[in-house]
Design a protein around this ligand. Structure first.
Ligand code: ZN
Length: 129
C-alpha cells in the first residue's frame, strides 16, 4: 500500500459492482480490497479465499496478496440495516487503509456506508466517471 492522498469518491460502476457482488453472496459474506485511481476508488479486488465458514468474513493479514495497491476494504453485512463495524471489522480497518465500505441487506443503492480507519462514518462521493 503506497502513500496516497485523501480519497474523495468512488466511481458509480465500482459501487454498482460492490452491491451486485453483495447480492450474489447473500446470505454469506464476502470481503474485498478497494483500489484507487488518484483520489477516486475505481476497482474492487475480491478475496474469495478469505471467506470463513462461520458467516464472518475475515482477512488474515498473513494472507494479504502481495503487490496490490489498495486504499481500503469492502464487505457486506447480511443483516438488514446493520452497517455498524464489528470489533473484528475495526481490527481490519485499522490495518488496511482509510476507506472501508460496508453494504447491508437488501443492497439497494443506498444500502452502504463508508468508514475511516478508526470506524468513524465518512463521506464518499459517487462519481459518474
Ligand atoms: Zn462487518
Amino acid at each position: 500500500m503506497g502513500r496516497r492522498g485523501r480519497i474523495r469518491g468512488i466511481v458509480r460502476d465500482a459501487l454498482d459492482f460492490i452491491l451486485e457482488v453483495s447480492k450474489s453472496y447473500h446470505p454469506h459474506e464476502f470481503i474485498g480490497l478497494l483500489s484507487a485511481d488518484g483520489d477516486v476508488i475505481s476497482d474492487v479486488i475480491l478475496l474469495p479465499g478469505m471467506l470463513s465458514s462461520d458467516r464472518n468474513a475475515s482477512i488474515r493479514m498473513d494472507m494479504m496478496p502481495l503487490g496490490i495497491s489498495y486504499v481500503g476494504s469492502v464487505h457486506n453485512h447480511p443483516g438488514s440495516g446493520a452497517a455498524r463495524p464489528s470489533t473484528q471489522d475495526l481490527f481490519i480497518f485499522a490495518r488496511t487503509g482509510n476507506c472501508h465500505i460496508i453494504t447491508f441487506y437488501p443492497y439497494d443503492s443506498d444500502c452502504w456506508r463508508c468508514y475511516d480507519s478508526r470506524g468513524e462514518e465518512r463521506e464518499l462521493k459517487i462519481l459518474e466517471d
